[in-house]
Every structure is written in C-alpha cells, then in structure tokens.
Design a protein around this ligand. Structure first.
Ligand code: NAP
Length: 348
C-alpha cells in the first residue's frame, strides 16, 4: 500500500506528567511504524508530518486543562501539515502522496493516523496553510459569530502580531474597520503596519490604557482579547456603548508559576452600557470550520491575506520545545511553525 520506503521507527512527543513547563513535562518517544499500520482503519490514512503549528495552549494541554481526567503519558500537539503515505482500504489509493492540513490532538509526531475526512487537501506543502487552522479559524469565526463584526467600527486586537492576532487584524481590516493592535517590539509594530493596522500600540513603549483613553474617548466596538490579566481590565474599561469583548485567551498566564488567575468580571461595567463579554472556544464551532477555512484559503490564494511565519528549527522534532518556549516568552512574530523533517526545512 505504501508508495515509498517507510521507517522502522518514528518519534513523537508525549506528556509524561501534568504541568505547564513544556520541556520538563514532555518526552520524545520512539514508536514502531508497524504499530501504526496495524491500527489503520478503513477510513483512515497515515500521514508523514512535515510541519507542526505551535499554539499558546500547547502548555494548557500538557497541564491537563483540555482533558481534566487525562492520565499521562498522552500525545500532544494540535495541528500540522503532512503528506499521505498510506491509506486504509476505503480511501482511494490515488490520495497517497497528496498534501493536507489537519487539526488533531497528538500532532507532534513524525507520523500520524488521521481520519481521511479530517484532512483538508492543499495544493502544495506551504507551511502558511497551517496558520489558517487554529489561528485563522479562531479569528474568522469568533469575529463574525461573537463580535458580530460588520464594517465601519473600531476593533482592538491584543497580541496582534501573534499567530492568531495577525488574522484578526487582517480580517477586521478586510471587512472595512478601523483596527488597533497591541504588541511588544518595534519589528512587530512594522509587521502590523504592513498588514494595515491603523494604530499599533507597543505596550512596552506606550501606556496602553492612556493611548486608548486619549485617542479613542468614545471607546472601541469590538475587542479580540488574548492576553488576560491587566490587558483584560483595560480592554473591558475601553468598550464603547454596545461594545463586544471576545475573550479569546489569557496568554500572559499560561506558563506562570502561580497558574491561571481568573479575572473577576466587573459586571457593572457591562450592565451600565449594555456591553457584552463573550467567550469563544474554537472546538465549539467545529460545524463552521469548512465554510471559514474555504474563505481563508481563497483569500490567501488571492493574496488578500498573508500569513507571517516564525519558523523554528531545521527539521528535528526536538525543535518543538524551542518553538513552544519562543511563543511562551512572547518573542514570536507571527505563527510559530516547526518543520519536522530536514527535507521540509530545506524547501523553505
Ligand atoms: P501567539 O499570539 O502566537 O503568542 C502569544 C503572544 O501573546 C506573544 O507573542 C505575546 O506577544 C503575547 N503575550 C504573551 N504574554 C504576554 C503578556 N504578559 N502581556 C502581553 N502580551 C503577552 O499565540 P497563539 O497560539 O496565536 O494564541 C494567542 C491567544 O489566542 C492565546 O491566548 C490563545 O489561548 C488564544 N487562542 C484561543 C483559541 C480559542 O479557541 N479560544 C484558539 C486559538 C488561540 P506580544 O507581547 O508581542 O503582544
């Protein structure tokens, strides 16, 4: 069934204890390829993983936040891009050698079994496509469904130069809104300006709260909030009448040793101005992936959307640890991607 030589063993990353220090709680383990072949079901395929996407929540996953009763060891990683190397009996053989992107728990592996219908075909193995999955879909679906985004409003995006924020910025601009973005360095400011962000706030150099107060006294209509802590409070306080704050995440808290500190919602700030704070968790909108992913792929093809990549490593699964660390340190500019084979790395 396979059209090329497969290895006798391959590597994957497992969480061996629960915790948010990715390097400490994970191990790289070796698995026999034949074990995958024996588990392959008729509607599944085996994929050689060429690139994986790193997400802020990789450390929440190792910390057991997604699956509270999970017992280590368990496989980690959310998404990747790969080439089909073997198909189950109900999948057409012509699919072997084709490329696709996928979201699947346990993605940090050199080879993976995936349900064929869980793979979105792509014409070539460009790592930009991975950005459209967790990051692109989160921005696209939440801004429409929870932000009720149309045009002519003011949209504030925190962690705007990150893997997810970059899509919120571009999609809000494409829809015809005024967009404000926050970030922590001058090169991220440049990136966001290039993407059309109308006002970029480098919060290390400017006082975020003061800028909003003086330049946006009416408040902002939609907030795409990913940082948490003080950022959440400032964003909530800056909402316009009828404003909507989408709670996307709390990136500032995930790898802190004190753990995640929940924000107490200051309900009076909401009630007095009919403002809405709304939560968004991508897996709850799985029924909308197809429609939104199709649009994102089409925007990318038309060059109306770009995907800034932050590539880490030279094609070794060990580099996933460096990628997670880079993101948690807030150093990444764009979507963090790790090539898993030296051939994908050399294609870049
Ligand atoms: P990312 O934005 O690529 O990386 C995280 C960014 O957060 C950093 O680059 C950093 O950029 C910023 N940050 C970290 N600590 C900070 C702090 N203390 N203060 C201010 N900013 C800080 O990561 P991502 O994977 O795309 O995720 C971004 C957010 O989206 C996370 O909160 C994640 O949980 C959320 N998310 C949620 C869903 C969902 O379904 N709800 C899905 C995907 C992602 P700067 O400091 O330069 O701004």
């Amino acid at each position: 069934m396979a059209n090329q030589q497969q290895p006798s063993t391959f590597r994957k990353i497992q969480a061996v204890t629960i915790g948010n220090d990715f390097e400490k709680v994970t191990e790289i383990v070796s698995v026999k390829y034949i074990d995958l072949v024996q588990q392959l079901k008729p509607h599944q395929v085996i994929v050689k993983v060429l690139y994986v996407g790193i997400n802020a929540s990789d450390v929440n996953y190792t910390n057991g936040k997604y699956t509270p009763n999970v017992k280590p060891p368990f496989d980690v990683g959310f998404e990747g891009l790969g080439q089909i190397v073997q198909v189950g009996s109900k999948v057409p053989k012509e699919k072997v050698a084709s490329y696709g992107i996928f979201s699947q728990y346990g993605a940090f592996a050199e080879y993976l079994i995936i349900s064929y219908k869980g793979i979105t075909p792509i014409p070539n193995p460009k790592p930009e496509y991975i950005g459209l999955l967790t990051s692109g879909l989160t921005s696209s679906i939440s801004l429409i469904e929870k932000g009720q985004m149309t045009s002519g409003e003011t949209v504030l995006v925190t962690a705007a130069a990150g893997g997810t924020g970059q899509f919120a910025v571009q999609l809000a601009k494409l829809a015809g809104n005024h967009v404000i973005g926050t970030c922590s360095s001058d090169d991220k400011v440049e990136m966001l300006k290039r993407m059309g962000c109308d006002r970029v706030i480098n919060y290390k150099k400017e006082d975020f709260k003061k800028v909003l107060k003086s330049e946006y006294p009416r408040g902002v209509d939609i907030v795409f909030e990913s940082v948490g802590g003080q950022f959440f409070d400032i964003c909530l306080g800056s909402l316009a009448t009828k404003g909507r704050l989408i709670v996307i995440g709390m990136a500032s808290t995930y790898s802190s040793s004190s753990g995640m500190q929940g924000n107490d919602l200051n309900t009076i700030k909401l009630l007095g101005k009919s403002r809405t704070v709304t939560g968004f968790f991508l897996p709850d909108y799985a029924d909308q992936y197809g429609k939104h992913l199709h649009r994102l792929i089409s925007l990318l093809a038309q060059r109306k959307l770009e995907v800034e990549l932050d590539l880490v490593g030279q094609g070794d699964i060990k580099d996933v640890i460096k990628g997670v660390d880079r993101l948690q340190m807030g150093k990444n500019k764009g979507k963090v991607i790790v090539p898993l084979s030296s051939s994908s790395s050399s294609r870049l």
